[in-house]
Design a protein around this ligand. Sequence first.
Ligand code: ADP
Length: 615
Amino acid sequence: MVIPEFLSGGGEMGRRIREYDWAATSLGPVESWPQSLRTCVRIMLDSRQPIWIGWGKDLIKLYNDPYIAIVGGKHPTALGMPASVVWKSIWREIGPMLHTVMEEDTGTYVESQLLIMERNGYPEETYYTFSYTPIPGDNGGSAGMICFNVDDADRILSERQLQTLTRLGKNLTDCLTYTQAAERTMDALSRNGRDFPFALFFWVGGEAGVSGAGDSMEAGGQMVAGEPQGPLAGDDVRLTQCTTLGASATGVPIAFRLTDDSGLAAALRRARDSRAPQIIEGIHELLGAMPQGEWDVAPDKAIALPIFKAGGVVVAGFLVIGLSPYRPVDELYINFCTLIADQLTTSFADIHVLELERARAAALAEIDRAKTLFFSNISHEFRTPLTLLLGPIEDLLNDPASLESNKYRIGVAYRNALRMQKLVNTLLEFSRIEAGRLEGQFRRVDIGALTLGLASTFRSTIEKAGMQLLVHAEPIKGEVYVDTDLWERIILNLVSNAFKYSHDGSISIDVRELGDQVVVSVSDTGVGIAKDQLEKIFDRFHRIENGGGRSLEGTGIGLAMVRELVRLHQGTISVTSRVGEGSIFAVSIPTGSKHLPPDRVSHEPATGRTCWFPM
Ligand code: ADP
């Protein structure tokens, strides 16, 4: 067969057109084709642009190699077929244009036209810029048309992707809470109803980093109602944000557990365990009627993406995004969704850093406040003994009166100098303990005798105030090691507090053995301590305002130091108290010396004790 010149070359489609039995179609054998058709076919086969020609009233289709990608799965059967058969799925859009070309002899042109093409076995979102140009027949009028195409899908999809990611990036800048970040993600996604018909955000567990989930629940367009009260356990999942779901979306669970039997829980579990996105199929069955976004049907697939807490190990929540019914779930689409999840994870990490900074700033402010309070207390404390020192000394200077009265004044000055010295020593000691420079020198003692002896130094003061001092020590079988100086400070602090915060009744000191511990308790029948203060009284500089003591004197450092000193003995201190009834402070330290650093232990029993002046 001689190949007509106009059909030579043209790659695969040139060959297919040559081999095709055109005589069996309305076009008739090639030799009978009118000149205009021949010329257009020649142009089409030579072009690098996707072109098709429709000929005759049925618009029998001819196309070139670059057009093969457009017909997709319909190639090569589309050759020689009526255009209305090949493009049944988009006939609603292109039919009227072709009618204009053929009946009115007028060309048409559209830019970036959305066409949902069913060419690869599924409906697909595509965009084309194309023109239909009439081809005159030998007898005048349109005998066919030629179509030049530009595939815009890649450009449109990537522009849309960029738009969403840019908006999301902007939205997530300066987020202060996790809730805000999730909400703003919903906002960005809700503006791209073609790629994301709907989006849901689920929190998991209730630990740090999820605290924000509880605050305002305004989602990108929708508030989620009925979230459970109180903290969540590790497997608890809660829907906290979503794009607008509409009244018909009644099947989305608000709260469930990751261990549940549902398809959604299973998908989230897979996402958590694999730390990777998971496709969820059968959305209609799982969640009911979901929004359609910008399409005419609702998605039947969604993707579940894990969102991580700072550190990237623990899952903070899941982003569940409805997938377009008109996009293949390919790498491109999944990567797009993953980029969104990554941005949210990054935002969570930023918020975590912000939270740490906020906590650090609050802690610093608290320390600062405590310091200021402490310094104002301490300056009062220094001022009183100083005034009491200066007064008698000035009197002495101005009045060389009788020896007796001078003795009294010197006594006052001396006691106050001692009080001042004790205060300064306590402060210095406390800072040594804090700096870890106080190590203790532990000696074996008769703990009962030592403790009761120390407590008894208060007897006359207590009895003068009309109160009773009750002491009791049972024999201790185990060996007891203490640093006698430090022990003295512990006991005297506790007993002087008991006296300071009791106005009548009694103060009892009790020493007993409990298992491998010696327990020394100091009880009083004083003002007691409110429940919410019990934990705090051991904090540095913490004082209870209007604590009801005998005097307002105090620095709030005593119990903090006692606790440190007890720790140095590897012991513990606890308090039980009832407001208006009294308090019991119990110190327990282990018997024996194994718990103590060997080089700080002396096995010689202690004799005597250093003098200590109570205030
Ligand atoms: P300070 O007595 O110098 O204020 P502390 O550290 O010794 O400091 O005590 C801290 C706070 O604990 C006190 O301000 C007081 O309110 C409370 N407190 C301590 N011991 C007692 C007690 N036995 N009874 C009632 N309150 C007490």
